[in-house]
Design a binder for this molecule. Structure first.
Ligand SMILES: C[S@@+](CC[C@H](N)C(=O)[O-])C[C@H]1O[C@@H](n2cnc3c(N)ncnc32)[C@H](O)[C@@H]1O
Length: 283
């Protein structure tokens, strides 16, 4: 694995993240949250994602930072030729087992996302998909964007469906003794370097982690993401900010017709997730 070509300090953080994801994986596989084999993989997608993604049948699609393949399987069911990539060996083993168990033909590759071109091939993909807890593990967005551009065929596009930086600024869930109010608790903007988290429990239900509890995240504002993609040579096709989440972040959120969750009508309407589509020019 790499991350090696970052400085020593960032390389150590990336290594800590990989160990943390290896430790989380068995908890996630056994969790009600992921409900492996019981939850419809399409339910991991916001309704607008499918119209943004368009027809996927026959398309060559890479899912970067795919974890145990909860979303990856949905792409295979749409008829795409799918490759999932993740640096967690444990996650890749489970993703392969889960896909095989349900007869989905998906190639899963264990690699750091920054080494994706060496592992997957340049100019190979019509669609590169990533998100829902992926960009926050990237210390150097321009470097990641250059990788994405290289993976894409001319005319191909990247689709990022990511938790909104505003949601991250509001905090992933209320702390002990905290109320449900929408309060800014963390930075919205990038620029303060890595945020160290030491969490015994992961975001799913299930037992405590017994090792590798420390992980590192980097904030990426919407402005940083858009500008980085444009500077890497991509054209922005659409940027959808949405009030929907795949799970109820606050207890008073209500389930919408799509199965996703939103704050009640009396609350301010704020973006909690975004979908960003950006294309690689043909010439
Ligand atoms: C929250 S998951 C995102 C996948 C999916 N949305 C989900 O929730 O299952 C984050 C994934 O990013 C992976 N990851 C983090 N940093 C990575 C890196 N540098 N290279 C490859 N994978 C990485 C982790 O191993 C983890 O599986």
């Amino acid at each position: 694995m790499s991350g090696m070509s970052f400085g020593v300090e960032v390389g150590e953080m990336v290594r800590a993240n990989r160990a943390n994801w290896d430790a989380r994986t068995p908890v996630h596989v056994a969790s009600e949250f992921y409900a492996v084999g019981r939850r419809d993989p399409r339910s991991w997608f916001a309704p607008f994602e499918w119209s943004d993604l368009g027809e996927l049948a026959g398309r060559e699609l890479a899912h970067l930072q795919c974890h145990i393949g909860a979303e990856t399987i949905a792409f295979a069911r749409q008829g795409a030729r799918v490759t999932g990539l993740d640096f967690s060996a444990a996650a890749v083993v489970e993703a392969r087992r889960i896909a095989a168990g349900e007869g989905s033909k998906i190639e899963y590759v264990e690699a750091d996302v920054h080494d994706a071109v060496a592992h997957l091939g340049a100019g190979r993909f019509d669609v590169v998909y990533t998100g829902k807890g992926a960009l926050c593990y990237l210390p150097d967005l321009p470097r990641w964007a250059a990788t994405v551009v290289e993976l894409l065929k001319p005319g191909g596009f990247v689709y990022i469906a990511e938790f909104h930086p505003l949601l991250n600024a509001l905090g992933p869930k209320p702390g002990p003794g905290e109320g449900p109010e929408l309060l800014l608790r963390h930075d919205y903007l990038e620029g303060r370097g890595a945020i160290e988290r030491d969490a015994t429990y992961t975001y799913t239900d299930g037992p405590a982690l017994t090792s590798a509890t420390v992980s590192y995240e980097w904030m990426h504002s919407l402005g940083e993401v858009v500008t980085t993609l444009v500077r890497a040579g991509l054209r922005i096709d659409s940027l959808t900010e949405s009030e929907l989440l795949p799970w109820p972040r606050w207890a008073r959120m209500t389930r919408t017709g799509s199965g996703w969750w939103a704050l009640p009508d009396g609350d301010p309407r704020v973006p909690l997730l975004y979908g960003l589509k950006a294309s690689k020019p043909t010439a």
